[in-house]
Design a protein around this ligand. Structure first.
Ligand SMILES: [Ca+2]
Ligand SMILES: [Ca+2]
Ligand SMILES: [Cu+2]
Length: 306
C-alpha cells in the first residue's frame, strides 16, 4: 500500500458541476491506500476464502422493492450497452441495461468472462460487497476526503490527478472515453472497456487508476453540495465523513428509499460530450444496492483508530 501523509488540502472545485462546490479546506490524517482498485484476481481470492456471494448474484428481496414486478426479482446487474442510434443524453436508461446473470465473473452478462482480465478492476460490486471485502482484508473503504486527497497526488487545486491538461502532449493519463458518447468509442487511449491496473501512469503518490477505468466506492453518504469553506484554522473540518444518510436519498424518486454513497474518479465511460468527471473533485451518487460494469473500489488502512 502507499502512504498518504496527513495534510490540509483544497477539496472540491468551483469550475465544474455544482455538487463539487464549494472549494474548501479539509484536513485528513495520514493513511495507507491500495495502489490500485481491487482486481478480479484479488476479489477471486476473497470469494474463494469466504464464499461471499455478491449482491448482483442474489435475487432482490420482494420486501425491499415494493411494487417490483416478479420478473424483476432475479439476480441482475447493470451493463453498459452502446445504443445503435443517437439518443437523448438526459436518460441513462438509453445505455444502461439490467442484464440477468451479469456479475463480477460475467461482466457483460452470461457468456462473458474475466478469464483474460485477472488484472482488471473487479466490477459489478455493490456497497455491501466492497465493505465485505475490506473487512476480510482488515482494511476499510476510504472516505471521500481521503480518496480525493490521495487522488490529487500532492498537487494543490489541479484539475486532474496529473496537472491541468486532460492529455498533456497528447498522452492519455487515464482510461476515459474518446469519441461521441454513447455512440462512438474510438478507444484512442487503448481501451474501450476496463483496462489492466497499471496500464496508465501513476499519480504523484504512486497510485494507479484513481481517475478513470472504474468509479470507486467511498464510505460517505451522498450530499448534493459540500459544506462551506471555513477560512479560520480553528474550524477547518478534520477527517470529514460526509452528510447524514437521511439526506442521501434521490429527491427525483421519493418512493425509492435506497440511500446513496459517493463514488469518485469517473470511469472508462466518462466523455467530454457527456460527463467530464475524470477529475479528483468530481463525484457521483450511487444507491448502495446498485452494481454496474463501471464501478469498483479500493481500500485504505488508517493510522488512527477511528
Ligand atoms: Ca478508454
Ligand atoms: Ca478509478
Ligand atoms: Cu462519467
Amino acid at each position: 500500500m502507499a502512504w498518504i501523509p496527513d495534510g490540509t488540502f483544497l477539496m472540491g472545485s468551483d469550475r465544474h458541476y455544482p455538487e463539487e462546490a464549494p472549494v474548501r479546506q479539509v484536513t485528513v490524517d495520514g493513511f495507507w491506500i491500495d495502489p490500485g482498485p481491487v482486481t478480479n484476481r484479488e476479489f477471486d481470492r476473497f470469494v474463494r476464502k469466504t464464499r461471499h456471494v455478491t449482491v448482483a448474484e442474489r435475487p432482490p428481496e420482494a420486501a425491499d422493492y415494493p411494487g417490483a414486478k416478479p420478473e424483476m426479482l432475479v439476480p441482475f446487474s447493470a451493463v453498459f450497452v452502446a445504443p445503435r442510434h443517437r439518443v437523448s443524453l438526459a436518460d441513462p436508461h438509453n445505455w444502461w441495461t439490467p442484464v440477468p446473470g451479469a456479475d463480477w465473473r460475467h461482466p457483460q452478462g452470461p457468456g462473458s468472462s474475466i478469464r483474460n482480465k485477472p488484472d482488471h478492476p473487479v466490477v459489478h460490486v455493490a456497497w455491501a460487497d466492497a465493505t465485505a471485502y475490506a473487512a476480510w482484508a482488515g482494511k476499510a473503504v476510504p472516505t471521500e476526503a481521503e480518496w480525493e486527497l490521495a487522488a490529487r497526488g500532492g498537487l494543490s487545486g489541479a484539475e486532474f490527478a496529473w496537472g491541468d491538461e486532460l492529455s498533456p502532449g497528447g498522452d492519455w493519463m487515464a482510461n476515459t472515453w474518446q469519441g461521441e458518447f454513447p455512440l462512438q468509442n474510438t478507444g484512442e487511449d487503448g481501451y474501450e472497456g476496463t483496462s489492466p491496473v497499471g496500464a496508465f501512469p501513476a499519480n504523484g503518490y504512486g497510485l494507479f487508476d484513481m481517475i478513470g477505468n472504474v468509479w470507486e466506492w467511498t464510505s460517505d453518504w451522498w450530499s448534493a453540495r459540500h459544506g462551506p469553506d471555513m477560512p479560520k484554522a480553528c474550524c477547518i473540518p478534520e477527517n470529514p465523513r460526509g452528510g447524514p444518510e437521511s439526506a442521501s436519498y434521490d429527491p427525483r424518486q421519493p418512493d425509492v428509499r435506497i440511500p446513496r454513497k459517493v463514488l469518485k474518479g469517473g470511469s472508462h465511460l466518462c466523455a467530454p460530450n457527456y460527463c467530464r468527471r475524470y477529475r479528483p473533485a468530481a463525484r457521483h451518487a450511487e444507491p448502495v444496492d446498485m452494481s454496474t460494469s463501471h464501478v469498483g473500489f479500493r481500500c485504505v488502512v488508517r493510522a488512527r483508530s477511528s
